[in-house]
Design a protein around this ligand. Structure first.
Ligand code: NAP
Length: 517
């Protein structure tokens, strides 16, 4: 099983020991990053493995490799020797591993550590890309008993795909594979599938402690949110694709359900600059289904073999599912997954709003929609079905026009001209743009509009629970509804579509509670 390593980057030995205690139940080993220690502390590193009580990697990372060590190589080697000196017969009191970069030549030190049972991790770092990773994995180790460590910075999901392929070509090499940054998160969660000896994690709650490497998450998050301990070579992979994917709650919803229902599956965020790269990766990793979010709800439709009526009517898709592989007979044609799609925002929205209003339809209701993107399409198509009347206002008026004309609705820009029209469509106001989402929580999509206190106001955003827009509405006496209830309702339908099994509704109160935290 792939292990979890906590990267220790605090300034003092005692703080690093506190971090081990904090995460002890989640971790298998720790890496002492001596380059992060205060100069007065480096004299005490020799005792650290005994104090830690778990296997420890000794690392002194140079600045050029992403660390903080600024002195010369001579002093670095002396410091490494100090950490490894006076080996004890009880190996648990010695460093279990030492991280030596590929260009570091210290035969004497290497011979000594081998004699006393410390294993060498031979490391390569690339913060600008992935380089020729297959060659690097094959050539990195100087002697076969070393563990090759490749820490690279994928710039897109295309690079991530290259990492997975490289790993498959080098199964006979014992290695550690680290995809850094947001694109690399999936490689650290799927460490077991990659055959990586370990996955690195870092303290993320104390802002005074630097991350061990860009993008590392905490051991708690890796285990509790991403089911690290349950992932094996047969685990099914699901996910969410979008960009930037800062605020997605779906991994928490799905992974909680998978854990509670004992389903051998994991749900991972796949931030993607390019939808095509995600689909290629999905093919390679055999991803079975995914949620689709900003900005791909419309673009994804071009990649689907079949879509539900909800997608056809809304012109947007938030859920895709793989139907296995299509084998083509023509030589040269790629074998590809067949994807089908549906839209669960539609039913999620309708159920949430109607239950809030305690109504069965929207006949006679005059409604203003802010935004004309993927979510707005789902909302507007449902309002049409429920017999409501709409005014659609959007930053880019032509998009509002395009959407409104499909349903014979009114449209306009988010400007002062809209203020007269909105008065005639103010029974309900539904905010569907991402403006006001965390971290930009003070942003308001339509500051020009003054609520009269009689509107019912819904904001599809669920983080924060009260956007600046909703707060303003509430202050004038409006009834307000955020997007959390809709999120869970649409997630239930999405889960049932993708997994072909009932959603365990008894888990909803617990899920709601943990998401609201
Ligand atoms: P999208 O397809 O990218 O559309 C975004 C819309 O917002 C567009 O109309 C865009 O206007 C407008 N917009 C973006 N930035 C703006 C700005 N700075 N000022 C004014 N308007 C701006 O996104 P989406 O998929 O519709 O999602 C929108 C929001 O709904 C997200 O926050 C998402 O999390 C939320 N959502 C919630 C649920 C739920 O279950 N609660 C479900 C779906 C979506 P332009 O046309 O001018 O670019």
């Amino acid at each position: 099983m792939s292990k979890i390593c906590l990267c220790l980057t605090a300034k003092t030995i005692s703080r690093n020991l506190e971090l081990i205690e904090k995460y002890r139940k989640y971790i298998d080993l720790a890496e002492l990053r001596v380059d992060c220690l205060h100069p007065d502390e480096i004299f005490f590193i020799r005792h650290f493995p005994r104090q830690a009580g778990i296997p420890v990697i000794l690392t002194i990372r140079r600045k050029q490799d992403g660390g903080f060590y600024l002195s010369g190589e001579g002093s670095r080697v002396a410091l490494l020797s100090r950490g490894l000196a006076f080996a004890e017969s009880d190996r648990r009191h010695n460093f279990a591993y030492v991280d030596l970069e590929e260009d570091l030549e210290v035969p004497g030190l290497e011979e000594a550590v081998r004699t006393f049972g410390t294993r060498i991790i031979r490391s390569y770092h690339n913060f600008d890309g992935i380089g020729n990773i297959t060659e690097k994995i094959k050539s990195l180790r100087k002697i076969g008993d070393e563990i090759a460590k490749i820490a690279v910075m994928p710039q897109s999901l295309k690079d991530v795909l290259v990492i997975y392929r490289a790993v498959r070509e080098t199964t006979d090499t014992e290695k550690i594979i680290v995809g850094m940054g947001t694109f690399g998160l999936n490689t650290r969660i799927l460490s077991e599938k990659l055959g990586s000896f370990l996955s690195y994690t870092s303290e993320t709650e104390d802002p005074t402690i630097p991350p061990g490497a860009p993008g590392l998450i905490s051991p708690k998050e890796l285990v509790e949110k991403y089911r690290f301990r349950d992932i094996n070579s047969a685990t099914d992979i699901y996910g969410v694709v979008g960009f930037p994917l800062n605020t997605t709650y779906s991994p928490k919803i799905y992974n909680t359900v998978f854990s509670r229902e004992k389903i051998d599956a994991v749900y991972i965020p796949f931030p993607a600059h390019d939808l095509g790269y995600f689909l290629e990766l999905a093919e390679d990793l055999n991803i079975k289904g995914a949620a689709v979010t900003i900005p791909y709800k419309e673009e994804i439709i071009h990649h689907l073999s079949n879509v539900s009526d909800s997608v056809r009517i809304a012109g947007a898709c938030n859920t895709i599912k793989a139907l296995g592989t299509l084998t083509r007979s023509l030589p040269g044609e790629t074998v590809s997954k067949v994807w089908i799609g549906t839209n669960t925002d539609t039913l999620g929205f309708t159920e949430s709003l109607l239950s809030f209003l305690d109504r069965k339809h929207l006949r006679g209701q005059k409604i203003t929609i802010i935004g004309a993107g993927g979510a707005a399409r789902a909302v507007v198509s449902e309002i049409f079905r429920l017999k409501g009347k709409c005014l659609i206002l959007n930053r880019t008026p032509v998009r509002a026009r395009e959407l409104a004309l499909n349903f014979g609705y009114a449209w306009g820009g988010l400007d002062s001209q809209a203020l007269d029209t909105i008065e005639r469509y103010s029974d309900i106001i539904i905010q569907t743009s991402p403006v006001g989402t965390f971290p930009n929580i003070n942003d308001d999509p339509f500051e020009l509009y003054n609520f009269n206190g009689h509107e019912t106001v819904m904001d599809l955003i669920y983080n924060p629970q009260q956007t600046a827009f909703l707060k303003r509405a509430m202050a004038t006496g409006c009834r307000i509804l955020n997007g959390m209830d809709m999120l869970l309702r649409q997630a239930k339908y999405q889960y049932e579509y993708i997994l072909d099994r009932d959603f365990p509704e008894h888990l909803i109160p617990a899920l709601l509670g943990s998401l609201q935290k």
